[in-house]
Design a protein around this ligand. Structure first.
Ligand code: BGC
Length: 253
């Protein structure tokens, strides 16, 4: 029997969010729990929060967990917006031990890949055909690339060099806040970024997500590029939903 309920945790640069997920609808069941990401965001400190989130829901099944990092076979390999101690950490083993699960019952994946998986399964059906690229604008910029619905894991297009800069240092949503840019000013940076990216990978569709997609009407109309752009339909819960789906379906790295 296929599971209809799952559990996902989305670890971000500013918050750690967990919820029960209805895997048929691709929606949260009840409220999510959000706890500020500890500072410093070391593996041990984050594992404490993850254990707390799992306990809060009394969940005892498989758990999907995202990290804002390259994750291969459960091991984190980068740490742009989390503590550098993550690099080389076997996150799968760490969390499995902390929450009392078999490593096979903990699925670790990149946060944008998880959000993309959720959009492919539960969002606009157009995303399932051709080359779709989801971008999340938050503390950094995350990317997920799909060919006919199949994920190419761990793309890191947020770190594309654009006009001599790491793209996310200029065009992440956090930069808009830190530099007090208007939506229009920030949209110009996003437009430049998307133009460079579309010229390199020629996707059929961009999906723009992250918290700032809730206010999409303020910036998406300013974008003017060749590729069609749609707004993520699961918005800020996509990471949780995708993580829960990955825990049930398994993931390839
Ligand atoms: C990280 C990615 C992550 C993205 C969004 C980037 O800085 O390198 O792995 O997906 O931020 O959190």
């Amino acid at each position: 029997m296929t599971a209809t309920r799952g559990f996902g945790i989305d670890i971000g640069g500013s918050g750690i969010k967990g919820a029960l997920v209805d895997l048929e609808k691709g929606a949260l069941i009840g409220d999510r729990l959000r706890i500020d990401t500890p500072r410093p965001s070391t593996p041990e400190a984050v594992a404490d929060v993850v254990a707390k989130v799992v306990r809060h829901f009394g969940w005892d099944g498989p758990v999907g967990i995202t990290l804002p990092a390259v994750v291969k076979k459960g091991v984190a390999h980068t740490a742009a917006n989390i503590d550098p101690a993550w690099i080389g950490t076997d996150a799968d083993a760490l969390f499995a031990e902390r929450i009392g699960r078999d490593v096979a019952d903990v699925a670790m994946l990149n946060d944008a890949d998880a959000a993309g998986m959720a959009e492919i399964r539960f969002g606009d059906p157009e995303a399932r055909h051709g080359v779709t690229t989801l971008l999340t604008f938050g503390t950094g910029i995350g990317s997920a690339v799909f060919q006919d619905g199949k994920l190419v894991p761990n793309t890191e297009f947020g770190h594309l060099e654009v006009d001599g800069h790491d793209a996310e240092k200029k065009a992440a949503a956090s930069v808009k806040d830190n530099e007090e840019l208007s939506y229009h000013q920030w949209a110009k940076r996003v437009n430049r970024y998307l133009t460079v990216l579309e010229n390199l990978i020629w996707p059929d569709l961009f999906i723009v997500g992250g918290g700032v997609s809730k206010k999409s009407e303020k910036w998406v109309p300013h974008l003017d590029i060749r590729t069609k752009i749609i707004v993520a339909s699961l918005q800020n819960n996509a990471g949780i939903v995708g993580a829960a789906a990955a825990a049930v379906e398994g993931i390839e790295h």
